[in-house]
Design a protein around this ligand. Structure first.
Ligand code: M6R
Length: 610
């Protein structure tokens, strides 16, 4: 959600800013712009609504914009429609100061009134414009000092990139509750919303903490706290390859990431299983602390929440501790029953989702211990947790998550096995059997991925449906939630997931001739019950795609219109296999409907506003 890039160095800035913004496109946006300091003409601002290509066309890929320092932005509209005027950078009344912003300024209405009273005109509907104006209001020749005063007035979430025509040899970066990293180079410095934008230039990065301000010059980077006292920062080295964030010959990132899942699962579990035992070096919780827990609270949004729904079945079965799964956006407003005997399991691919961050902070305030499962190293959620277990999925670029979801599940299996063993809730034989089953997962996922053509064929039959239901029981239901989200977010087909037993309590009235139902029947114990539900919807005219394990192949084929099978595995690990055909189905349906698969409308990869 919104992307920020800043560069100050000796090269022409605009092409670098455009390249960085291209790498941040996946975060989601609807307009783009940049402000570059031109030594002859002063601050040059170019911006355009729509795709980045418009900005490229206006500037001849940046060549027309002269200057070696500047900031760029991709905007995901919150305040004001996505038009040229509301695009960032927003500039101060004199045109001297330009600001790019990711986040929301909550008290902007009051500030706007105040600034209008001072005679300052406004042109946009954005909350960001008040930042540029306030900076000008406070500016008396020292930009950093003006930023310090600004920080005392604004409330909300913000990552800011600031450039001032009076101080052309510096850029200022500010961060609170929205991500911003710094990149250290030789003779240049950068800032960006995430590391993907800087790694073509430098792998030495630094993560800004909340309230910190950085002053970037060509040769130095100085960081201050919100009271402008100097802060010592350490750098981190990013060691993944640039190619990991590129399409590598695939038409879409989403497809590439679906195909990468066996490797991502293997990378996540293999180093953590040694001599048949799950070893979670990253975890500091002791057996005694674990015994003291009376509840696990899972906090997450979207697909990460769906991992939580599946994890509840897994953890309660194996660890025998009550698990409550809650949407992060609801957590703070639900009087959560959290004590110092609660552990909050926080799940987030990006590690920056603002709702999840706010909920985990509230959980901590109420006394919970925080264990997070995060993909982006050094992200805020990871840094604010007591313990973090990283999913080693590599960078995930497509907005629709696939390999991050799968690796989050993989970490959940590891946690469940580890906790169950520590608490003595599983016999040695059962533990060994489950570890072996877990290790078989990547190869079984590879097996499913050999059948993409079959799923493509089914997609070609059903892609014109305008309403699709996913039904399942127990863990199949949890997977249905994810399958339905995948489909709706990239194909824009209305879709819902239901616990199959609930059909008769309302939803079945929506089933009519030709309605498509995806029946998830992989949990062998409940196969027959699910087949009864299939008969009920078929009797009312539904077309049914069925998914079950190999064990039930023949029966499934008899009952449904299109049958998909997955390899047999212990039910605990089913979600990882069952989700793959659903991801592929969503992918091919969206492809056939001509949708923008990697960047679905209105969505952002990293949701950094509430
Ligand atoms: O980065 P997070 O895992 O915290 O993101 C949470 C959701 O926004 C995310 O899972 C979203 O639902 C997916 N991109 C959907 O595919």
């Amino acid at each position: 959600m919104c992307g920020i890039v800043g560069y100050i160095g000796t090269e022409q800035a605009a092409p670098i800013l455009l390249e960085g913004l291209t790498r941040l496109e996946y975060r989601g946006y609807d307009s783009a712009g940049m402000a570059v300091f031109d030594p002859q003409a002063g601050l040059q601002v170019v911006k355009a609504s729509g795709r980045l290509q418009a900005l490229r066309d206006m500037t001849d890929n940046g060549a027309k914009v002269v200057g070696t320092s500047g900031v760029g932005h991709t905007r995901w509209a919150t305040h004001g429609i996505p038009n040229d005027i509301n695009s960032h950078p927003q500039v101060s009344p004199s045109g001297r100061i330009a600001v790019v912003h990711n986040g929301i300024i909550e008290n902007y209405t009051k500030l706007k009134e105040f600034l209008k009273e001072q005679g300052m005109p406004f042109t946009s509907d954005t909350d960001t414009e008040v930042i540029a104006h306030l900076l000008e209001y406070y500016y008396e020749g020292d930009l950093l000092e003006a930023v310090g005063k600004l920080l005392r007035r604004i409330e909300g979430a913000y990552a800011l990139g600031i450039v001032c025509a009076d101080a052309p040899d510096q850029l200022i970066a500010v961060r609170k509750d929205s991500p911003l990293i710094l990149g250290y180079g030789n003779g240049f410095q950068m800032m960006a919303s995430d590391v993907t934008a800087v790694i073509p230039y430098t792998r030495e990065v630094c993560y800004l903490n909340d309230g910190e301000v950085a002053v970037l010059t060509r040769d130095s980077m100085k960081v201050y706290d919100s009271l402008l006292r100097p802060v010592e920062k350490t750098t981190a080295h990013v060691d993944w390859e640039i190619s990991a964030a590129e399409k590598g010959g695939y038409e879409h990132f989403m497809f590439k990431e679906i195909m990468e899942q066996p490797k991502a699962i293997r990378d996540t579990i293999s180093p953590r299983i040694r001599d048949g035992k799950v070893v979670l070096d990253d975890l500091t919780i002791t057996k005694e602390q674990l015994e003291n827990l009376d509840k696990l609270y899972i906090i997450a949004c979207g697909s990460s929440y769906h991992v939580g729904v599946a994890a509840k079945y897994i953890l309660e079965r194996l660890v025998r501790i009550p698990v409550e799964v809650t949407l992060a956006s609801e957590f703070r407003y639900s009087s959560p029953l959290v004590t110092d005997r609660t552990m909050a399991l926080v799940i987030s691919q990006s590690g920056e989702t603002i709702d999840t961050l706010a909920a985990m902070r509230e959980a901590r305030r109420l006394g919970a211990r925080l264990l997070s499962i995060v993909n982006v190293v050094g992200s805020t959620i990871a840094r604010e947790s007591d313990d973090v277990i990283y999913t080693w999925a590599g960078p995930e670029i497509a907005v629709a998550t696939t390999k991050a979801y799968s690796t989050q599940l993989a970490v959940m299996y590891l946690i469940a096995l580890h906790f169950a063993e520590l608490l003595g809730r599983v016999t040695e034989e059962e533990y060994a059997r489950l570890v072996a089953e877990l290790q078989s997962l990547p190869a079984k996922a590879e097996e499913i991925l050999k059948h993409t053509k079959e799923i493509q064929y089914y997609a070609s039959i059903y892609f014109n449906h305008d309403s699709i239901f996913f039904i399942g029981r127990n863990i199949d239901y949890a997977v249905g939630l994810e399958g339905s989200l995948k489909l709706k977010e990239i194909s824009y087909i209305h879709s819902e997931a239901y616990a199959a037993g609930e059909l008769k309590h309302g939803t079945i009235s929506l089933i009519e001739d030709g309605t498509l139902v995806v029946a998830l029947a992989s949990w062998n114990e409940l196969f027959e019950k699910l087949m009864s539900n299939v008969k009920e919807v078929k009797a009312r005219g539904a077309d049914v795609i069925g998914v079950a394990t190999e064990a039930h192949k023949a029966q499934l084929e008899e009952l449904v219109d299109s049958a998909l099978t997955i390899p047999d595995i212990d039910p605990m690990f089913l979600p990882s296999l069952e989700v793959i055909p659903l991801q592929l189905l969503a992918y091919y349906v969206a492809l056939m409907r001509g949708c923008d698969i990697d960047k679905p409308r209105n969505l952002a990869k990293s949701v950094t506003v509430e």
